[in-house]
Design a protein. Structure first.
Length: 395
């Protein structure tokens, strides 16, 4: 996909006043016409609200016990299991739980008769949701170390706690392998067990690729240009870093638990969910810069880390030569003055205005895509539910 330079002239010329946000947003995977399509669909009510928070929490307690106190060698390794219990309880359950609860709601919606699901099967779906949340926790603990973040989910990052430090690397590994151990503990006798393990392995692989790209694509002050910062490269980064495991993975797990085997259905579902994941990451990028820490639970670090964020790529597409030099002089620097200069530049370029239009248009596009591309054997509300959960989110 060509960049915005095919639409705009740069240099000393000012950004044309008759160019609307919608014109620009056509370059960001929103190519379809929205005429005649209404985005306000109030008929879809998220079933996530029907999932008892207490019941879901009970399933987490079961997972923790199965990984700690219920082990046959508990007495021998009492100190280790006490530490691992603390690791799990600090890092796993305090997020929005979108991914984990999506596993449960998708499982119920995919079932032939949701009202007849036996308690054991429903509890298994909740356990699977917590395995998903454990995988998320592993990724976040590792990511916070690499990004040198300070807070996560309204509390200190695990590695910044007293007496933890870089031992958090091993704790992250424990969470990762604890995920596989929990899967074996609860699902080894299920016919879909091997397929689910394969999905987790594929998820970790894809996300690790995305994390690698995320780290090596960062802009550093000693660089002379932003060559890597293009929308094409950003899309590759997002697909692997976020979209696969945030949006497609929870639904694929629910599909496996419902014994769905048609590869073409998985591919169609993946296509739609990866598009949602693209919007999800752009929201994350915007929230990192302009979000309220009290709501997000973390302090944004994308600017000082020199991340290839949607905001940075868009700013470079819109900026004139002088503004690009401002980016070169200040992006990727940790000083509060440099960070504020970049934020001021984003405001000067009206990035929040572009973001608001992007989110609205992308939501409309996704609803049209869902209506046209959902497999006939697949409940369409699953897509609407997920979109409802993420649209206009602020954390």
């Amino acid at each position: 996909m060509a960049g915005l330079r095919t639409l705009f002239k740069f240099g000393k010329a000012k950004f044309a006043t008759n160019v609307t946000c919608c014109n620009v947003l056509k370059r960001f995977h929103v190519h379809q016409s929205f005429s005649g399509f209404h985005s306000e669909d109030s008929s879809v009510i998220s079933p996530l609200a029907s999932i008892s928070h207490d019941t879901f929490d009970d399933a987490f307690d079961n997972v923790v016990q199965s990984l700690t106190t219920k082990n046959t060698n508990y007495n021998e390794l009492r100190t280790f299991y006490g530490h691992f219990k603390e690791v799990l309880e600090y890092n796993v359950p305090h997020g929005k739980q979108i991914r984990g609860k999506t596993v449960v709601s998708a499982y119920k919606m995919l079932h032939d008769d949701p009202d007849s699901i036996c308690p054991d099967d429903l509890f298994r779906a909740q356990i699977m949701g917590w395995c998903m949340e454990m995988a998320q926790a592993f990724l976040l603990v590792a990511d916070d170390i690499m990004d040198q973040s300070h807070t996560r989910r309204g509390q200190l990052c695990w590695f910044r706690k007293k007496n933890i430090g870089l031992s958090a690397i091993n704790d992250a590994i424990l969470i990762e392998y604890g995920t596989y151990k929990a899967l074996k503990e609860h699902f080894v006798n299920q016919k879909y067990y091997n397929h689910v393990v394969d999905l987790f392995t594929e998820m970790f692989w894809n996300t690790s690729i995305g994390q690698c790209i995320d780290l090596y694509s960062c802009y550093h002050p000693n660089q002379t240009d932003f060559t890597w910062f293009t929308m094409d490269n950003y899309s590759i980064l997002v697909k692997h870093k976020t979209a696969w495991y945030t949006c497609y993975f929870p639904v694929a797990l629910a599909m496996q638990m419902n014994k769905m085997t048609d590869p073409s259905v998985y591919e169609q579902v993946k296509f739609i969910m990866l598009k949602m994941g693209h919007m999800f990451q752009i929201q994350d990028d915007f929230i990192d810069c302009f979000g309220t820490p009290n709501l997000t639970g973390k302090l944004g670090t994308d600017i000082q880390d020199g991340k290839c964020s949607w905001l940075a790529v868009l700013a470079l597409e819109l900026a004139n030569a002088t503004q690009i030099q401002v980016m070169k002089d200040n992006y990727g620097k940790a000083d509060a003055k440099n960070i504020q200069i970049i934020k001021d530049l984003y405001l000067e370029l009206e990035i929040p205005k572009f973001y608001a239009s992007y989110e609205k248009n992308m939501s409309d596009y996704l609803k049209k895509l869902i209506a046209e591309k959902t497999p006939k054997c697949f409940p369409i509300d699953i897509f609407y539910v997920f979109l409802d959960q993420i649209y206009k989110r602020n954390n």
